[in-house]
Design a protein around this ligand. Structure first.
Ligand SMILES: C[S@@+](CC[C@H](N)C(=O)[O-])C[C@H]1O[C@@H](n2cnc3c(N)ncnc32)[C@H](O)[C@@H]1O
Ligand code: SF4
Length: 454
């Protein structure tokens, strides 16, 4: 990656876990009634053939990491666990009431916040409660996010026993100065312990999250973190660019100063060096931010072109319907999106009144559906084409014009009916997708809504 390319393309841009992206959802045409209708339709069309995905947001953490952009509530009071789980189960019942047959859960992810804040017993009752009214399905992808500082053998065993085979652990960086600045003291030994215990129990895919671009992080720190990672060789690695979004209310990112952050050029070098090291260790880049060993299902999905991307990130399951339960969760009915309220008390009040607790959403137009498919193709396969009429839309000519400069810079190859991202273009995938994003192009934001693309 050349410095002048970074200067040119380092602009605010979405991460495209959905299209349209959340700030561009059209509230005018969204209603709870329309949302329920789209859920019922999608369930009818896809439950038998594909099954459905469930995302459960467990928002509590005991301690605040100052870099964190997730929706969380910091508390040490574990009395919050039971009422929260009961609310999730009630919310699930509100969705079950809409279905005529039992749902087939193909994919389930516990995210947060910190799922392992909850006791193993409470997580077990949550999963048992969710499965109570569902049809069993043999090939399922169940995963959770564990904090290495509080994931116990019991957590890993209990979740394994109910079907979980995949876990990801937040690592970020092993350098002490960085850990102090992000308020997350986490020795390597903790990560080693949980990784080894998960393997002994039988988890088949273990992931680590590491980040570059953190305050006080240097290229040497990134190299050191990756070298330590090599000792444990997780099956998957998320190598995230630190998203600095201090304007998001209440996320506690103000724990350090802007001057403590690496410059865009230093950040670029951290990414380049990290990526190169990972490749020598046998990791293959999967779409944006993700790496996997060739033995992992994510790599296999990329190879056979079945990789999919949704609000949970990259996934091997091809479900089109995803129900998000819990505070701030986003659901996807393939015809529309809806997000739950972000405040825990409001969430609990709405659910106890029998109301599906969504507060905003979007119902897709035909053109949104076409553009979503192009963006999915690019994010998952680095290529899209419109040789079939289905994926043609009038503004494609403008898209090609917008990409001309990137073609000149060797980032994309444009033909009459396709766009392909080159190796050099991969770090700029968000910028390339932005050329297709008509809602963004037609209504450029006046204030910064997204993190920087590099
Ligand atoms: C919900 S946390 C993982 C589980 C657990 N809470 C933990 O911290 O270990 C999800 C992951 O998102 C990533 N993340 C959070 N905030 C981020 C940010 N501002 N920029 C980039 N990645 C971020 C981190 O790598 C983190 O491990
Ligand atoms: S990184 Fe994880 S533990 Fe830290 S505040 Fe965010 S969600 Fe909580």
């Amino acid at each position: 990656m050349h410095t002048n390319l970074v200067d040119k393309y380092n602009v605010p841009g979405p991460r495209y876990t959905s299209y349209p992206t959340v700030p561009y959802w059209d509230q005018e045409t969204f209603s709870l009634k329309g949302w329920k209708h789209s859920v019922i339709q999608c369930f009818k069309n896809s439950n038998e053939s594909k099954g459905i995905s469930l995302y459960i947001h467990l928002p509590f953490c005991e301690s605040m990491c100052t870099f964190c952009g997730c929706n969380k509530r910091i508390t040490k009071r574990h009395t919050v666990e039971t009422p929260y789980i009961n609310t999730i189960l009630k919310e699930w019942q509100l969705y079950l009431n809409l279905f005529e047959t039992k749902p087939r859960i193909k994919e389930l992810h516990l995210g947060g916040g910190t799922p392992t804040f909850f006791s193993p017993e409470n997580l077990q009752s949550l999963i048992k409660g969710l499965f109570y009214s569902t049809a069993s399905i043999e090939t399922c992808e169940f995963s959770f996010e564990g904090h290495p500082n509080n994931t116990t053998k019991e957590h890993l065993q209990v979740l394994y026993d109910v079907g979980f085979r995949r876990v990801s652990f937040g690592v970020q960086d092993y350098n002490q100065k960085v850990q102090k600045a992000i308020h997350r003291i986490q020795p390597f030994e903790h990560v080693k312990h949980v990784t080894e215990v998960a393997r002994e129990i039988g988890y088949t895919s273990i992931g680590h999250d590491i980040i570059f671009g953190l305050p006080f992080q240097t290229e040497e720190a990134v190299i050191h973190t990756i070298q330590k990672t090599k000792e444990l060789l997780p099956d998957r690695l998320a190598f995230y660019s630190y998203a600095h979004v201090p304007w998001q209310k209440g996320n506690g990112q103000r724990g350090f100063n802007e001057v403590d952050l690496p410059t865009p050029e230093q950040k670029r070098r951290q990414y380049e060096t990290g990526k190169q090291l990972l490749s020598t260790m046998g990791y293959v880049e999967i779409g944006m931010d993700h790496f996997a060993l060739k033995s992992d299902s994510l790599y296999k999905a990329m190879e056979n072109k079945s990789l999919h991307r949704n609000f949970m990130g990259y996934t091997v399951s091809n479900t089109t319907m995803m129900i998000g339960l819990g505070v701030s969760s986003i659901s996807d009915s393939w015809q529309g999106f809806a997000q739950n309220v972000k405040n825990i008390e409001e969430y609990q009040n709405l659910v106890s009144e029998g109301i599906i607790p969504v507060y905003r959403g979007h119902l897709l137009t035909k053109k949104d559906e076409t553009i979503r498919q192009h963006i999915l193709n690019l994010m998952c396969h680095f290529k899209t084409d419109w040789s079939s009429n289905q994926l043609y839309f009038d503004e494609l000519i403008d898209v090609s014009i917008r990409l001309k400069e990137m073609e000149y810079d060797g980032l994309v190859i444009i033909t009459d009916t396709s766009i392909e991202v080159t190796e050099k273009g991969k770090p700029f995938i968000r910028n390339i997708c932005m050329a297709f994003d008509l809602r963004l192009q037609h209504n450029k934001p006046e204030t910064q809504l997204f993190s920087m693309t590099i």
